[in-house]
Design a protein around this ligand. Sequence first.
Ligand code: 8YV
Length: 321
Amino acid sequence: MPKKVFLSLNYPQLAIDMLQQAGFDITINKSNDPIPQEELINICKDYNALLSTGSNKIDAYFLKSCQHLDIISQFAVGYDNIDVKAAQQCGIIIGNAPGAMTEATADVAFGLMIMVSRKMIHMHKTIEKGQWKHFVPTANLGFELDGKTLGVLGLGTIGMTMAKRCKAAYGMDILYHNRSKNQEAEEKLGAQYVSFDDLLTRSDVISVHSNLTEETKGLFNKDAFDKMKKSAIFINTARGGIHNEADLISALKSGSIWGAGLDVTNPEPMQPNNPLLQMENVAVLPHIGSSTVEARNEMARMSALNIIDFYKTGKIPYPVT
Ligand code: 8YV
């Protein structure tokens, strides 16, 4: 009997082809609407493996209800939707797709930084509203990034790629705060490890690239924004839960920071009446960090391979431990 795999969304064809060619019996949620937890538990009763994504709530309750699953392979690098400890207790293997969206996400962080520094989204909206009338020498001024200081929270592969772009394009000085020191960044980019407080007080642009954990949850709150430079830009392409959105709105309104660029919001999706969408020095995107053909295909390859290799060898190439 072929092993049965449930695909919680309509993932790229590459994943489907790989699984079918390897002989799996697959079912796809073609609707692309996230399946509510209780319904997914019921569906999974008939399957051996699940190809999941960030919108599937795979908590202790889900895992206890689906202890028969052999493997859950996540179509993402982040797995904050999965209770990994509970999965281990249930003997369920968890895999993910690390590194698949490094370039794509760093591009979004870099793009947001430029968009915010020049109020690009706001300026685009003024044309739509018929407000482009004539040249005003002192209106709509942004600021230049050349020679500024970038502060990275979480200097892993995506943070490093963003730092490389900022160094190459603008000669920016790189500060970082991390769980451990990043030797490569120090040698190649002259990056300097600093305390979280130093990161806040010394950076002109802060870009968040860390995982959402108990340690990072709500880390960018009123206290943090108050310590940042009034001229600073806050960029978050990691997880919305790392910033407190009400505090971010207040910080922007009161001028304790200058601007913000978000590809992740808290909560998601952001509601259309969110005040951030009306602010001049803000750019918000709907979590498109990994939305490139290259990244999505690599995510598909890695997440399918986790399942294929597991049933072939008992081991997976991209485990979450
Ligand atoms: C996905 C992501 O869009 O990989 C991640 O962690 O945030 C994005 O690539 C999303 O999480 C889908 O699961």
